[in-house]
Design a protein around this ligand. Structure first.
Ligand code: PMP
Length: 402
């Protein structure tokens, strides 16, 4: 018998399992709406043209080697990441009270941020996450010893934001709680607060002395506008909060497997920033020694080259534009069919995902009768829709809700 004979068998990851089932399905018209990765209109992964260019330049650069990066990562990449999320005219940058660590994509940024807070923030505080949230948030915080609790977020009655419930829950939370906020393109609902709602959220967080923990996995990918998608984070910084932001370059650069990300910390003063930075380096050393180089080099090249940067913003518009078109096409088809229910949320929601309002029983029929794969909560990835399957999907939805 093994030493580990008695350990419980863990269930497979729901999303990755869904993709495996989809792949095994031999039906010609099958559709995968589970995957959280961009697909072009042909249903294929898209290497951004600007990424190809940057990568070629890196491969041709004979001065580059495969030495270790510094513990906190590539310095110009970290600096560019800070400017990208905070805006280059941010007072926090001018006052040198920001620090950043290159991380293993957004997941690693969440982990390092959580790990840091578990060591250096007040003890015994809970972490509040939206209900629902990205499936990995709770495990990431639980793994470093935090208790996680829900705050109200999605309102199934109108497929929008339950702002009253949200504010009430943040008010009822014990002072100094950590509040996880999706900076833009909320996953899984696609529902973001308006600017006024963000202001009300900031008011409560301020009055309760909560700590804002931003997760920003979709900057530029959500609206096609890098500044617009960073609005909430910049607003909180302007108001003087100490906070952290997890940045992922998986979606906005299409660098999923390269694991390029950044954890940016905004502090009250430069002294605190230096202290935080030193401890992040110490934690990072024991976890991964130093982050991977290739993806960060690509991002670095694009962020620090005005021509490539301009091209990148166009590539972002291509992705967010196609997703917007699919929202519109799906909405139009459902309206054409006079499908029972209201469907405005499909066009009002933003980013890769949409919470359709479809129930688990309907999802089951979509899977079994139509070979359309999505999670039981009715979330669809807009990136899985294309001009060639959106009609098929709309017809199927029309069938299952009737
Ligand atoms: N946070 C959220 C909300 C996400 O949706 C994702 C991607 N699914 C991530 C973080 C991190 O992804 P990655 O580690 O691939 O950057």
């Amino acid at each position: 018998n093994s030493l580990f004979q008695e350990i419980p068998l863990a269930p497979p990851d729901v999303i990755f399992n869904l993709t495996a089932t989809y792949k095994a399905d031999t039906f010609a018209q099958k559709v995968n709406l589970g995957v959280g990765a961009y697909r072009d209109d042909g249903g294929k992964p898209w290497v951004l043209p600007v990424v190809k260019k940057a990568e070629q330049a890196i491969v041709n650069d004979l001065s580059l080697d495969h030495e270790y990066l510094p513990i906190l990562g590539l310095a110009p990449f970290r600096e560019a990441s800070i400017r990208l999320i905070l805006g280059s005219d941010s007072s926090a940058i001018k006052e040198a009270r920001v620090t950043a660590a290159q991380t293993i994509s957004g997941t690693g940024a969440n982990h390092l941020g959580a790990l840091f807070l578990s060591r250096f923030y007040l003890k015994g505080v809970p972490v509040y996450v939206s209900n629902p949230t990205w499936a990995n948030h709770k495990p990431i915080f639980n793994n470093v010893g935090f208790e996680t609790r829900d705050y109200a977020y999605f309102n199934p009655k109108n497929n929008g934001l339950d702002i009253d419930g949200l504010l009430a829950d943040l008010k009822a939370a014990p002072e100094n709680s950590i509040i996880l906020l999706h900076a833009c393109a909320h996953n899984p609902t696609g529902v973001d607060p308006t600017k006024d709602q963000w202001k009300a959220i900031a008011d409560v967080i301020e009055s309760k002395k909560h700590f804002p923990f931003f997760d920003c996995a979709y900057q530029g990918f959500a609206s096609g506008d890098l500044d617009r998608d960073a609005w909430a984070v910049r607003y909180f910084v302007e108001r003087g909060f100490e906070l952290l932001v997890c940045q992922s370059y998986a979606k906005n650069f299409g660098l999923y497997g390269q694991r390029a990300g950044c954890l940016t910390f905004v502090l009250k003063n430069a002294d605190a920033a230096a202290r935080v930075s030193s401890q992040l380096a110490k934690l990072q050393r024991a976890e991964i020694s130093n982050p991977p180089a290739h993806g960060a080099r690509i991002v670095n090249k694009v962020l620090n080259d005005p021509d490539l940067y301009a091209e990148w913003t166009e590539n972002l518009k291509t992705m967010s534009g196609r997703i917007g078109n699919m929202r519109k096409a799906l909405y139009d088809k459902l309206i054409q069919h006079k499908t029972p229910g209201t469907w405005e949320h499909i066009i009002n929601q933003i980013g890769m995902f949409s919470f359709t309002g479809l129930k688990a029983s309907q999802v089951k029929v979509l899977k079994e009768k139509y070979h359309i794969y999505l999670t039981d909560n009715g979330r669809i990835s807009m990136a899985g829709l294309s001009t060639s399957n959106v009609e098929y999907f709309a017809d199927a939805v029309n069938y299952v809700v009737r």
